[in-house]
Design a binder for this molecule. Structure first.
Ligand SMILES: [Fe+2]
Ligand SMILES: [Fe+2]
Length: 140
């Protein structure tokens, strides 16, 4: 599987949120390298757990930012986050002997992109609607 990249269109325009997404994508890319290098299940599992911790942290930060900036659909976003975390837990549960690591990685990568990054595009539109300008956008 190819490395993921956070292209321009997926940037939210809020430095802290974009930096969080870059960090998450970096962890998934570590998994991509690990599958390539035929890493052990144990090592892979460790990185997936790191991904989950980083995601939980990111969600907390992101929801606080949304609240602070008066985002009207914060409930909908919370629901997306919770549903995504449940799904991630299910995927983590399948990470045991005999699992196809590459297939698992594809599911995890898809989940990250669809639930955790693309769902933030509504917030991006909101930021644009309030003329939010981040002085220090993530330089990635
Ligand atoms: Fe996010
Ligand atoms: Fe989000």
């Amino acid at each position: 599987m190819d490395q993921l990249i956070l292209n321009e269109s997926l940037k939210v325009g809020h430095g802290q949120i974009d930096a969080g997404h870059v960090k998450l994508i970096g962890i998934v890319n570590r998994c991509v390298d690990m599958v390539e290098a035929s890493a052990t299940l144990e090592a892979f599992n460790e990185v997936l757990n790191d991904l989950k911790d980083t995601l939980v942290h990111h969600i907390g930060e992101e929801e606080a930012i949304m609240q602070e900036l008066g985002y009207p659909d914060i409930q909908g976003e919370r629901k997306e986050h919770l549903g995504g975390l449940v799904r991630l837990d299910q995927l983590l549960d399948t990470c045991r002997d005999g699992v196809d690591l590459e297939a698992l990685l594809r599911e995890v990568a898809g989940l990250l992109l669809v639930i955790f990054i693309k769902s933030d595009m509504s917030f991006k539109s909101y930021l644009q609607s309030i003329d939010y300008y981040d002085e220090a956008p993530a330089s990635v």
